[in-house]
Design a protein around this ligand. Structure first.
Ligand code: SF4
Length: 332
């Protein structure tokens, strides 16, 4: 076994400290950072946090966007979901398996993680940690420097590559020991301390669930989930209504062929997209729902333009805005 490790570097404090503890033992470390469209670590994204962390630690970093493949895990997790649509155990098995392939590619001997026993309810219980390790084909090859004393010695420890006596016994949800250790190491900048995942957000999870139930969990649809108000109009059709100018602009860039776009005739109010199998009654329903989300919702009639992409001919429909009860019936 050589003296080279691969660190799973999210950019959070735990992964920074764990990596640092291994670097302190004069072991060569490279890092990998997994990003998905569900990460919400910083406004600039997890990739930014991971890159910053690698710079702080002065180690090479590989950033891998795994969203597309990861959707299969979200759709059908073997070990189920957490409190929302977060399949944490399967998610970790998936990322650890990917890390294993990369570890072999760069000729590293083991993995380093910032896992802390008991810090997160679903994926950081001891039984879950050991299950993830086994299922990802990494038995005995994951060193968890922050919580090592709670686990059996790993192969790198047994073989004397890693000095176990210098590994720690942090557990639980308190962040105090990590913050104290960060101080000791002079690490002040850790943007992703708690990590963030949209799959744990109840509102977002509802939208993901809706896509799964309608067999539509694909990248094009997932990209839309972070913006706008969403409405399920039929088994095969959805409406997305922009909430402000910034969202209207983003939504316009995500339109694809076959979508029907809507705008108020005088160009005020939200930009909206109706996607799926469409009929005239759905166009009317969509227009009524859009009308409700304008400041003209109490007017007798509203004129709304719509057009099917990529055809540019606009048609105008005159509607009365839907009332709140009708809006709530279809809101996702
Ligand atoms: S919270 Fe999200 S990113 Fe973290 S393990 Fe769970 S599913 Fe994966």
């Amino acid at each position: 076994m050589n003296r080279k490790a691969l660190a799973l570097l999210s950019g959070g404090l735990d992964s920074i400290l764990a990596t640092r503890l291994i670097l302190e033992q004069a072991i060569e470390v490279e890092a990998i950072n997994f990003v998905t469209t569900f990460c919400t670590c910083t406004r600039k994204g997890c990739q930014h946090a991971g890159t910053q962390a690698a710079q702080t630690l002065e180690i090479p970093l590989k950033v891998l966007n795994i969203t597309e493949e990861y959707l299969k895990v979200v759709k059908n997790p073997k070990y189920g979901y957490g409190s929302q649509m977060n399949p944490c155990i399967d998610c970790r098995i998936f990322t650890f398996s990917k890390a294993k392939s990369y570890m072999e590619e760069i000729n590293a001997s083991f993995i380093v993680t910032g896992e802390v026993l008991g810090e997160r309810p679903m994926s950081q219980r001891k039984d879950a940690i050991l299950l993830i390790e086994k299922e990802s084909g990494l038995k005995g090859l994951i060193v968890r420097p922050l919580s090592s004393q709670f686990f059996e010695p790993t192969i790198p420890e047994i073989e004397g590559v890693v000095d176990r006596s210098k590994l720690l016994d942090i557990s639980g949800r308190s962040r105090k020991p990590q913050i104290a250790l960060a101080k000791e190491f002079g690490i002040n900048d850790y943007p992703c301390a708690a990590g963030g995942c949209l799959l744990t957000d109840p509102g977002f999870a509802k939208r993901i669930k809706d896509l799964i139930e309608h067999n539509a969990l694909i990248m094009d649809e997932v990209k839309l989930l972070r913006i706008g108000r969403h409405f399920r109009l039929s088994n095969e059709a959805k409406l997305i209504v922009g909430r402000d100018e910034a969202e209207n602009n983003i939504l316009e860039t995500l339109v694809r062929n076959g979508d029907v776009c809507f705008k108020l005739k005088d160009n005020q109010g939200p930009f909206s997209v109706l996607r799926g199998k469409l009929g005239d009654s759905l166009i009317e329903l969509a227009a009524k729902l859009i009308g409700h989300h304008t400041k003209f919702r109490n007017e007798e009639r509203l004129q709304i333009d719509y057009w099917k992409t990529p055809v540019s001919n606009h048609t105008t429909i005159s509607i009365r805005a839907a009332n709140i009860e009708d809006v709530e019936k279809v809101r996702i």
